[in-house]
Design a protein around this ligand. Structure first.
Ligand SMILES: [Zn+2]
Length: 207
């Protein structure tokens, strides 16, 4: 297992940052005992932790890390150590890695979007339809966004119908691929995650 990474402008670094103020060999992050990480600076323009210039420092995932004037996402980089990312990918461009990280972060936020939608839907449907059919039976009747409206319409008043429609419309706007914006369908987030990538634009959800 690789226990350190080199960061800098040169192509032989593990994390390559092609920016003006980054040195050819800028810094090194090493995994030392019991899950601690040491960062060492070799640069001209400096390495900054929480706005203080450092030479050697025990890095924590919540630290704000800047190489010269360039910010590095500490928590993600430290996590990449634990899944052997740098063993599988020896020389990675940080700019493209950052894009993937941001995409992955947005994708993980969709879990909440899905759960909130399900909860809101349950709340909205907790009126007359529940009393008639019972909680479980009613749930079984609404597996799909499209069907739900048709089935529930008979049992609900106009206001409830309108609220449900607004909820579904918003869900179709929010529950989309962070890149191509395709609606992911009324599938639980875990199921979407298991598909590994977006069916439309093929972007992978995770690294
Ligand atoms: Zn997509």
């Amino acid at each position: 297992m690789k226990n350190f990474i080199l960061i800098g402008k040169n192509a032989d670094n593990n994390l390559i940052i092609s920016k003006k103020n980054i040195s050819r060999k800028h810094a090194k992050i090493s995994k030392i005992e019991d899950g601690q990480f040491l960062i060492e600076d070799f640069s001209t323009n400096g390495t900054y932790i929480n706005e203080k210039r450092i030479k050697k420092f025990l890095l924590k995932k919540e630290d704000k890390l800047f190489l010269a004037d360039y910010e590095i996402k500490t928590n993600f980089i430290l996590e990449l150590f634990s899944n052997d990312f740098f063993k599988k990918n020896k020389n990675v461009n940080y700019e493209s890695l950052k894009k993937q990280i941001e995409f992955t972060e947005k994708f993980f936020l969709l879990k909440e979007v899905y759960e909130k939608y399900q909860n809101d839907k349950k709340k909205k449907l907790s009126g007359s339809a529940w009393k008639k059919t019972g909680f479980r039976a009613a749930l079984a009747l609404i597996p799909l966004v499209g069907n739900a409206l048709g089935i529930m319409a008979s049992g609900n008043n106009a206001k409830q119908r309108e609220e449900l429609m607004a909820l579904n419309d918003q869900f179709k706007i929010d529950y989309v691929c962070p890149k191509c914006k395709m609606f992911l369908g009324d599938l639980p987030w875990q199921g979407i995650k298991n598909q590994k990538k977006c069916r439309a634009c093929k972007t992978k959800w995770e690294l």
